[in-house]
Design a protein around this ligand. Structure first.
Ligand SMILES: C[S@@+](CC[C@H](N)C(=O)[O-])C[C@H]1O[C@@H](n2cnc3c(N)ncnc32)[C@H](O)[C@@H]1O
Length: 638
């Protein structure tokens, strides 16, 4: 695998197919694909006064799948030699069951991707598929067909929300995460779930060394006589004499780091004695089971991951509530980046820590706003991310820069994004909308939610005007075709109408003399705090931007609502500590994009037109942190 982490802009099926070198190389795959939810998902941006009154949002991806002649053709190709036999049989069986339906269209999209992902895994590797109950049962059947039913490990239930509207059924609050491994010899780092404080209070006592077990003396035995070894004396203690037999509770051995399941009762007693967990006190009727626990101990992690608000103080020696590490993101969560389907970093950290070691390779083929990438980076794993939407790729780069600083750019490559004029033209031909978003991102502006008919406003860059909260605005207009002076005058009109400070015309074609003259006559805007003037309207070409030139403007904030917070201070420090102008701006430059061909347009399924999306569910109430009074329970005695 390459030394650098990799971010790929494109359809994951094409990217995976184009990388045979990844076959058998990936330690962990987490995928959170569209769920067939019949919704469009947007990216929300912070309020930008004047330009976009309401919370701005642009569509990120559409999750509506429709059966069509194109899908029927794709289905035919897949089931006539395009898939391994079992996957093909499973798809045909679904065809029989579901008919030519939208769910089948969704499975036609997912199946070849799951086949590719299985191929990429190492023999010790694991795959976690995050979905919801709408399609989880079909996806599980397909994963059984591809991985083999024996390789199914868990269906994890993750509580994804605290809020729910009025429904005439049980409120849907969970997602499903299907966990499969490539073989039986898979990596497993045995995660644990912390003890509850109530359990510790009941079964342990605190002494000078810490929390020690406090069980009944006869905890290692069961009532009734037995023949065989369990009824025989051990270390001179005869259970049959008291009508009992040796029976070590499973919970006691489950807590150990080693597996004693194949041992006889006497062998288990010997091992527990060796480990110091059994104390024989002369004169006492029974050997005492004894063990000290720390907050790191616990029971094997279960397959239900459900954060419980208001349980703070109930987990052993912790201020956090049950499953607080996998807490869902409330709409105002500080982790939020505005990407509607964003998952919490804690969820991904739990998965990565359970199934990989530092240095292992993690792949997310539907990486959205980069939650897996952030978690992998934090846990020192290599990562590969793929997304079909340019906005995701832009967001992830900025997310990483926001967290780790600009030097992070040297540690990963971005593929599929233009780095020369040929690539820029190819992107324009493939998707003028994605071209526009890309061009807007080159000047660190936020893309406009409406991509047509918004008075030529394709994006807005914001910059600090003073060392308080004052912000200036630059309206960004992107032109894919030939320029003319009227476009400069129109932009100037928009700048004035929107009470913005300046305008930037980003063009795919080079500006003619007439256009640059018109810009030169548009006047200046003076940033008094900086003691500098900037052109009211300027023209900058994609060619110049690709060569590293930046617009002549104060250092802009990076877009995306939450990352902006962490940038505010740094930006202001830069602005007032560094000499104004180029030097101050250099560190904020976008990282160089790599020269890779823009992937060919994906063989898309026909999707229904995008619909407006209602705001996310109401926030859960903020979590109070009462120090719950623990009921002092008497220890159980023999
Ligand atoms: C549910 S979101 C993933 C969210 C992600 N787990 C996070 O925390 O941000 C699904 C993502 O898959 C992307 N996507 C959809 N179809 C794709 C395809 N064929 N190839 C690559 N990415 C795709 C969408 O653009 C979207 O960003």
């Amino acid at each position: 695998m390459p030394a650098k982490n990799e971010l790929h802009y494109g359809d994951n099926l094409e990217v995976l197919t184009a990388h045979p070198a990844w076959d058998g190389q990936i330690d962990l795959i987490y995928l959170d694909p569209p769920f067939n939810s019949n919704r469009s998902y947007n990216v929300l941006f912070g309020k930008s006064k004047g330009v976009a009154g309401a919370q701005a949002q642009i569509q990120a991806f559409d999750d509506t799948w429709t059966w069509s002649p194109e899908v029927a053709q794709h289905y035919h190709e897949l089931t006539t030699g395009g898939l391994p036999l079992r996957a093909s049989d499973a798809l045909e069986a679904m065809h029989k069951l579901l008919g030519e339906s939208d769910v089948l269209a969704y499975m036609v999209m997912m199946t070849p991707r799951l086949v590719q992902l299985h191929r990429k895994l190492k023999d010790t590797g694991s795959l976690y598929l995050h979905c919801d109950p709408a399609a989880s049962h079909y996806l599980k059947i397909m994963l059984d067909a591809i991985f083999g039913p024996d390789q199914f490990r868990n269906e994890i239930i993750w509580r994804r929300t605290g809020a729910h509207g009025k429904v005439k059924r049980y409120a849907p609050t969970h997602d499903v995460i299907l966990f499969y491994t490539k073989t039986d010899d898979y990596k497993w780092r045995a995660p644990t779930k912390a003890f509850m404080q109530g359990h510790v209070d009941e079964y342990f006592v605190k002494d000078e060394r810490g929390w020690r077990t406090n069980y009944y003396g006869n905890v290692l035995t069961g009532s009734g006589l037995r023949g065989g070894e369990s009824g025989k004396p051990w270390k001179g203690i005869d259970p049959s004499a008291k009508g009992r037999h040796w029976a070590i509770p499973g919970a006691l051995v489950d807590d150990l780091d080693e597996d004693l399941s194949a041992m006889t009762q006497h062998q288990k007693l010997d091992r527990l004695l060796e480990l110091g967990h059994i104390k024989i006190i002369p004169g006492q009727a029974w050997p005492m089971y004894e063990r000290y626990i720390t907050p790191k101990d616990g029971t094997p992690a279960p397959d239900i991951w459900t954060y419980q608000p208001y349980t703070e103080g109930t987990v052993f020696e912790s201020d956090e509530g049950i499953d607080a590490d996998v807490r869902w993101l409330s709409p105002r969560d500080s982790e939020r980046l505005g990407y509607q389907t964003q998952k919490p970093v804690g969820l991904l950290k739990r998965i990565i820590a359970a199934s990989t070691d530092p240095g292992d390779v993690v792949l997310d083929p539907f990486c959205g706003c980069g939650t897996t990438i952030e978690a992998a980076q934090e846990l020192d794993r290599h990562w590969l991310g793929i997304d079909i939407t340019y906005i995701s790729i832009d967001l992830i780069q900025k997310r990483l820069r926001g967290r780790y600083g600009d030097t992070i750019a040297a540690t990963f490559t971005t593929d599929g994004i233009p780095r020369d004029m040929e690539g820029a033209h190819a992107l324009f031909a493939k998707s003028p909308f994605d071209f526009e978003r890309w061009a807007v991102s080159l000047v660190d502006a936020t893309p406009n939610e409406r991509q047509v008919g918004d008075r030529g406003i394709d994006g807005v860059a914001q910059f600090p005007l003073d060392n308080k909260d004052g912000k200036g605005k630059a309206i960004v207009s992107v032109k894919g075709g030939a320029l003319n002076p009227a476009m400069v005058r129109d932009l100037l009109g928009t700048v004035e109408a929107q009470k913005a400070e300046m305008g930037i015309l980003v063009s795919l074609e080079r500006a003619t003399r007439g256009v640059t003259d018109a810009a030169a006559h548009s006047g200046n805007f003076t940033a008094t705090a900086l003691g500098r003037s900037y052109p009211r309207v300027q023209v900058i070409s994609i060619e110049e931007l690709l060569a590293g030139k930046k617009p002549n403007m104060p250092t802009p904030f990076l877009p995306y609502i939450r990352s902006q917070r962490s940038f505010g201070e740094e930006q202001l420090t830069m602005k007032f500590d560094a000499p104004p102008g180029r030097a101050a701006r250099e560190p904020r430059r976008l990282e160089a994009v790599t020269a890779a061909p823009v992937p060919a347009a994906p063989a898309k399924l026909v999707r229904a037109p995008a619909k407006a999306v209602p705001a996310e569910e109401a926030p859960s109430k903020s979590v109070a942190k009462p120090a719950l009074k623990k009921a002092a329970r008497p220890a159980r005695k023999a």
